[in-house]
Design a protein around this ligand. Structure first.
Ligand code: SF4
Length: 205
């Protein structure tokens, strides 16, 4: 694992500084957000809806934090944190990657082990295209030395306990829950590792 060697991003490493200002959503983004709701009504397949939510969330995040975040390929500290996913997302990973999920009996606990989908040689996510919501929203805004061990004072964006840092992301997360209900998959949330406790090496095409 290379721990992230992008020099441009390393130049952004900062000590904890609560004065960072996030960019509020622009009028254009707000208009697109409301238009997305109308469009989604017409979309049939839940995977198509999920893909649209993921795509729009990426745009919202990019607008809010731009290059303030320090996350980069090869730095995988947060791939040791318990990742909660919805049943629809587990199905989407199974559909997109071919990895067979199991039906969890109960919610597990975090063991600090790396996610089974992490390629530990490169530090990259092997299912990047199909990674779940929480892996997409979670970003560090200070020096990654605060990312591990966990529970340190830390500047984060996109964490669920902070309302994802954005009212738009919070609404999109609510839409994701609604989609699970509409697809008759229920509201139960398990860990990614409950659905995929072990995986075979996988090469994304
Ligand atoms: S799915 Fe990918 S991004 Fe998410 S924790 Fe696993 S390896 Fe990391």
């Amino acid at each position: 694992m290379n721990k992230g060697r992008n020099k441009k991003i390393r130049a952004r490493y900062r000590e904890i500084d609560r004065s960072i200002e996030l960019t509020p959503a622009s009028d254009k983004t707000l208009r697109r957000f409301y238009a997305l709701g109308d469009t989604m009504e017409k979309v049939e397949h839940p995977f198509t809806k999920l893909g649209r939510i993921y795509k729009f969330a990426a745009e919202v995040i990019d607008e809010a934090i731009g290059d303030l975040h320090v996350c980069q390929a090869g730095c995988a500290h947060c791939c040791r944190i318990a990742v909660e996913i919805t049943p629809l997302e587990a199905l989407y990973i199974e559909y997109g990657t071919g990895h067979k999920k199991i039906e969890p009996l109960r919610k597990g606990i975090n063991t600090d082990a790396y996610c089974p989908f992490l390629d530990q040689d490169t530090g990259k996510c092997s299912i990047y295209r199909y990674r779940p919501w929480h892996c997409r929203t979670f970003h560090a805004l200070d020096n990654p030395k605060y990312c591990w061990p966990p529970n340190q004072a830390h500047m984060l964006f996109g964490a669920p306990e902070d309302g994802y840092g954005s009212p738009l992301l919070l609404r999109l997360a609510a839409s994701l829950c609604e989609m699970n209900v509409k697809a008759k998959l229920g509201m139960e949330v398990y860990l990614l590792t409950d659905y995929f406790p072990h995986v075979e090496p996988f090469q994304e095409t």
